[in-house]
Write a new protein. Structure first.
Length: 252
């Protein structure tokens, strides 16, 4: 691979990083806080690759001019066997970069959720007061709903109608979970957070379809206070369920 090819690839990678960082596209891969760092990395890569391209282009022009003079003085039209260019197949390395522009992968969904287990640690601090009700229900993330279900001694969810948003993850013949992923850094370390939906009526929800669900809390039969929550899901008795559009930020 020639230096020009290497620098061109560096520029392409930088442009890809800029595109991800400046749009919502990066939310499919990393946490929102890492978006600005993608922009910084993209700018640096574009600058480094661009400077290298200019430098190598000028150097090649100088070498070619000198070779032309040498060939002319020797009485030849060209210098045989003088070739610096690498194999053209090296440009195939651009395909993974171009794929970011042309084929954006979907965020983690039900397929990944069925093959990964939930793990949440008991919070060390006391739970804050519940958010104010909106349209008669308390809006919560799936993570907080699970934490309050298994680790809240005061049972703050008792008697409350809550509102949760996530995608459907069918399991087995009858079970359906409402699911979202949480990230420590990026999609590679994503972990599913699930809520088992009880009392569903009508057709079974399709996998990966997004819903806003309202329902009442079900007290767990096992007390996990002080332990890690592994592979379990809180339960919600559904009172209403309506399809919604997937948010731009699908991860909690």
């Amino acid at each position: 691979m020639t230096k020009e090819t290497q620098n061109a690839l560096t520029v392409l990678v930088g442009v890809a990083a800029l595109r991800l960082g400046l749009t919502d596209a990066h939310l499919r891969y990393v946490k929102p806080a890492l978006g600005p760092w993608l922009v910084v990395a993209g700018v640096l890569l574009v600058l480094l690759g661009g400077i290298g391209l200019v430098r190598d282009t000028r150097r090649r022009a100088t070498v070619d001019a000198r070779d032309d003079v040498d060939a002319h003085e020797a009485g030849h039209d060209q210098v045989d066997g003088h070739e610096h260019r690498g194999p053209s197949v090296a440009w195939l390395l651009t395909l993974p970069v171009l794929a970011i522009f042309l084929v954006a992968p979907a965020p983690l969904g039900s397929y990944a959720a069925q093959r990964n287990s939930t793990r949440l640690e008991a919070p060390k601090a006391k739970f804050p007061d519940l958010p104010a009700e909106v349209r008669g229900a308390v809006p919560l993330t799936l993570r907080e709903f699970n934490l309050r279900t298994f680790f809240d001694d005061e049972k703050s969810l008792e008697g409350k109608t809550v509102r949760l948003t996530g995608f459907a993850t069918p399991h087995g013949t009858n079970e359906v979970f409402l699911t979202r992923f949480i990230l420590s850094c990026c999609a590679a370390d994503g972990r599913p957070i699930k809520v088992a939906l009880k009392g569903l009526r009508g057709p079974r929800p399709s996998a990966d379809q997004w819903f806003e669900v309202e329902g009442t809390w079900v007290e767990p039969t096992t007390d996990l206070q002080g332990e890690a929550l592994i592979g379990r899901a809180a339960e919600l008795v559904v009172t209403s369920m309506r399809p919604v559009t997937a948010p731009s930020q699908t991860y909690e």
